[in-house]
Design a protein around this ligand. Structure first.
Ligand code: SF4
Ligand code: SF4
Ligand code: SF4
Length: 205
């Protein structure tokens, strides 16, 4: 780490870079769609899994079970600019599982083992809570079940993970099976141009 750059400042730089990469993936796949084409989008302000205030309720997994694509065209995305890089991440760990000998929850939350945890910098053996971690979702494993999204919100999480339609995987059904099943009307249609606008103003589609 360069002199004068604190650990937290370095994490901030890394976060902005990773968030830009995440948006870039969405933009890249949108660019490949034709002008005026209609795409399906997921509004994370409506989806129960990410909507603020919806706590103590069951995770909705309809994006996984209803999509016509075998592994679902919906995947979890970490918005790194919001991530606290927590020592005990409630999206990574099943925080209700028994504590193991190292003082950490013994079980992971993701049923597909799609999230990896990597320490940032050197470990602080005196104070484990002063250690920070990067949590990266492997989208090839994720099927959008929403568990980690629900885990990463109040009271313990920061709302850093959301579900998103991956436009390279979605086959743009005229009548999206998820939209028909969604209890929150969180699936909406937009033109590619409108989806870009939303990406710029709200940071996701
Ligand atoms: S949405 Fe489900 S499968 Fe995907 S990373 Fe989160 S917990 Fe794992
Ligand atoms: S439009 Fe079809 S492929 Fe795309 S998310 Fe909906 S059901 Fe899945
Ligand atoms: S079906 Fe609707 S509420 Fe359920 S996870 Fe998908 S977008 Fe969220």
């Amino acid at each position: 780490m360069s002199e004068g750059l604190t650990r937290r400042e370095a994490m901030g730089h890394a976060a902005r870079g990773l968030a830009a990469i995440g948006l870039g993936v969405t933009a890249f796949h949108l660019i490949r769609k034709a002008d005026g084409q209609i795409v399906w989008q997921l509004d994370h302000g409506r989806c129960v899994n990410s909507r603020l205030g919806a706590v103590g309720v069951n995770t909705c997994n309809l994006c996984t079970s209803e999509c016509v694509v075998a592994q679902s065209a919906v995947r979890a995305v970490n918005d790194f600019s919001k991530c606290g890089r927590c020592y005990i991440c409630p999206a990574y760990y099943n925080v209700t599982s028994a504590v193991d000998e190292s003082g950490l929850p013994s079980e992971k939350l993701c049923p597909r083992d799609a999230i990896t945890r990597t320490m940032i910098g050197d470990a602080d053996p005196e104070d484990p809570a002063n250690n920070f971690y990067e949590y990266v979702i492997d989208e090839t494993k994720c099927d959008g079940c929403g568990k980690c999204v629900m885990g990463c919100k109040e009271p313990a999480g920061l709302g850093s993970i959301r579900l998103a339609v991956r436009h390279d995987l979605c086959v743009d059904c005229n009548r999206c099976a998820i939209a028909m099943a969604c209890p929150d009307d969180a699936f909406t249609q937009a033109s590619v141009e409108e989806a870009f606008e939303r990406l710029e103003t709200k940071g996701g589609t």
